[in-house]
Design a protein around this ligand. Structure first.
Ligand code: SF4
Length: 416
């Protein structure tokens, strides 16, 4: 696993809005999850493919071992992954895409960020870059399935681009146009392209040069924000002090403020039966309800912390009025050793030990020979799913759905 800078580009959302962030997370261990290790493995495969000119499918069947190490270099956890056909298919598009650009290619590359931040000793590692005659391309692979990442004004990529330009590109090209590519093949709606100019990046650099030095103050204040707090390790700690819900009291206050309620208000609230009367939808202003919906994820995270804290209070024998802690349902039973279980069941159940399910439309299309897929895709054997309306940033490239009134305008009436 790679080293982390104190002002790492990936945490720029946090430290640019919360000057106290680097101090707040100092010394907090960031345990490597299986998902993070899986991402590291995919990055290693991608880098090998790009460096050696091979395809993602050439490495199918390879086994990758990712070690998590402590600060002394001791291995604390090991993850092993097998590179599969499905992995290869998902990675290949992004490899082909970056290879299609003309210019000098750079694979995983560590860039010095001292000049970008105006603070010494900072660095970042970008995944891919191409220095062309008229265009500088900065690419980033996101292997996560969960949260879609957009390249639009993505601070992490903008910092990589500035580092890439200062360290490398400016010495090789006069190009001042940048293209950002996020390749997030396993997450529907994630990734995309975004263009910006060197002037826009240099204006952003001025913001960085104001924000970065503020984090050096040992008493730098904490300032909560939706994006900044989302991944913050301080927030994910157990309650920091009596009355706190998460590991950061500033974050607690921020969430309660978002829903229009302060801690004191909750304590004084009059119960109706078992519930505290929260505002009805039409009692909230349009601005307030939009604000709450925009901050849904951060509020959900806060509620998860609140839930965990109440369970802990119950286990500690503290007062949790009207509630108690009990054993919940047991988790799903899992095989300890699939091979042994298979051998055992083969003797007793034979072929009946397997469940056979019809493949989904997407799986079936993928399994067919490319030149035969049209026989299914052009058929009437399936119907397309209806897209659900989703809320996105108003700068998103997709056109807004027609409103009810606009749809009504489109209807032609026969006049009598
Ligand atoms: S939770 Fe938010 S306010 Fe608290 S330290 Fe982290 S980024 Fe700052």
């Amino acid at each position: 696993m790679s080293a982390h800078a104190r002002l790492g580009p990936s945490s720029a959302e946090a430290w640019m809005t919360c000057p106290g962030y680097p101090n707040a997370v100092e010394g907090l261990h960031d345990p490597t999850s299986e998902y993070a290790a899986e991402g590291t493995a995919a990055h290693a495969i991608a880098d090998d493919c790009l460096a050696m000119g091979i395809e993602a499918a050439d490495l199918i069947g390879s086994h990758l071992t990712i070690n998590e190490k402590d600060e002394d270099g001791n291995v604390t956890q090991t993850f092993t992954f097998e590179w599969t056909e499905e992995d290869a298919e998902q990675l290949q598009y992004g490899l082909d895409e970056i290879r299609a650009f003309e210019g000098e290619f750079f694979g995983e590359h560590r860039v010095d960020l001292s000049e970008v931040y105006g603070v010494e000793g900072q660095f970042g590692t970008l995944d891919r870059g191409v220095v062309g005659k008229d265009l500088i391309v900065v690419g980033d692979l996101k292997w996560g399935r969960g949260i879609p990442v957009s390249p639009v004004e993505n601070k992490q990529l903008m910092i990589y681009a500035l580092g890439f330009w200062h360290n490398i590109a400016r010495h090789r090209t006069k190009a001042t146009d940048f293209l950002f590519i996020i390749d997030q093949p396993r997450c529907p709606g994630g990734g995309g392209h975004w263009r910006c100019t060197l002037d826009e990046l240099l204006a952003f650099q001025e913001e960085l040069r104001i924000a970065a030095p503020k984090t050096l103050d040992p008493d730098a204040p904490r300032v909560a924000s939706e994006k900044g707090c989302f991944w913050c390790r301080r927030r994910q700690q157990p309650p920091s002090e009596p009355g706190a819900v998460s590991g950061c009291k500033v974050y607690d206050e921020y969430v309660l403020d978002a829903v229009g309620t302060k801690f004191d208000d909750l304590d004084d609230a009059e119960f109706i039966g078992d519930t505290i009367p929260l505002a009805q939808y039409d009692q909230l202003s349009a601005k307030r309800r939009t604000y709450i919906v925009k901050h849904k994820k951060v509020i959900e995270k806060w509620l998860e912390s609140l839930h965990a804290a109440v369970i802990q209070d119950g286990l500690n024998g503290e007062e949790i009025p009207g509630l108690k802690v009990v054993d919940g349902r047991k988790g799903r039973r899992t095989w300890v050793d699939e091979k042994k279980a298979d051998a055992f069941l083969a003797q007793r159940l034979g072929e009946d030990r397997f469940t056979i399910k019809l493949k989904s439309v997407a799986q079936a299309v993928k399994s067919m020979k490319p030149d035969e897929r049209h026989m299914l895709t052009d058929s009437e054997l399936f119907v397309e799913g209806v897209p659900k309306p989703v809320l996105v940033d108003e700068r998103d490239a997709r056109p807004a759905k027609a409103t009810v009134d606009e749809k009504f305008d489109d209807v032609e009436f026969d006049t009598l």
